[in-house]
Design a protein around this ligand. Sequence first.
Ligand SMILES: C[S@@+](CC[C@H](N)C(=O)[O-])C[C@H]1O[C@@H](n2cnc3c(N)ncnc32)[C@H](O)[C@@H]1O
Length: 287
Amino acid sequence: MSSEEEARVTLKATRLREYQAAKKATRNDADPQTFLDLFCGCGGFTLGMLRSGLRCLAAIDSDPAAIATLQANLVDRDHLGMAKVAHVIERDLRIFQPDQLAALIGTDHVDVIVGGPPCQGFSTARKVDGANHGARLKTDSRRQLYRDFLRYVQFFQPRVFVMENVLGLRTAAGGAYFTAVQKEARELGRTQRKPGYRVHGQVEDSWELGVPQKRRRQLIIGVRNDLPGYFLPELNPAPRAEARICLGTAIGDLPILRAGGGENERNYDAVRVASYSPQIEGILEVR
Ligand SMILES: C[S@@+](CC[C@H](N)C(=O)[O-])C[C@H]1O[C@@H](n2cnc3c(N)ncnc32)[C@H](O)[C@@H]1O
């Protein structure tokens, strides 16, 4: 191993130790920790959090199809013994208020708030003038939805929040939104003499974390100022997942599905189980 690689490994090990110590220090007595998923869609973020052992008090989205999907997958179906989502709520988060949510779920205490406010307003795929800040995008009201996310953070004062968006958030309007999101998040609760948040922007690539898809995302992570928070700049793939897996490796052994053919659901798959591959396990469930 070269001295450069050695230094890198040592740094990684030190960061991991620090992270584990900080995690231990921030543990609540009453495990498991709880979370809300705002703009939950069909539940991708929710699923990851459940798999990390947290309990979802509420997942909220305004799209009935997304809500029905989340309900079918993460509530109605027995999902490997994970806690089920307590409340799946179809509401417009611009209108539905945090105190109404607190009344519905019976508490104003949550440990973590996660969410992915819609990204179309920031997507570089919708560039108008080559810089993602043309007139059409400037007036896209979806760019303001991060404020609704922050309103919930302000009310519930979770220990940690994670907002996920596309990389276009960084560049939109010359970086103005990226700066505004972080500045407004830092100030949360300050006027009510609450501690506010340390806020940190981090880019992650799902391919490096075990997802067979090249997709980079901007995370904005906040840790409440009264906690010994720690940002882990280098994330590792989830247990049993492996970095840099191609789609063919992950699902290439599925039976061919012709247009209009196949079944909606089938048991998967004696042959696959027999030819167990550690690369595949952890990406898809084997039932
Ligand atoms: C980027 S997707 C979220 C994806 C989700 N985090 C996941 O992991 O599957 C954004 C979601 O915001 C929802 N949404 C858009 N406007 C909304 C609003 N005003 N109130 C609630 N949900 C809204 C959309 O229906 C969409 O499902």
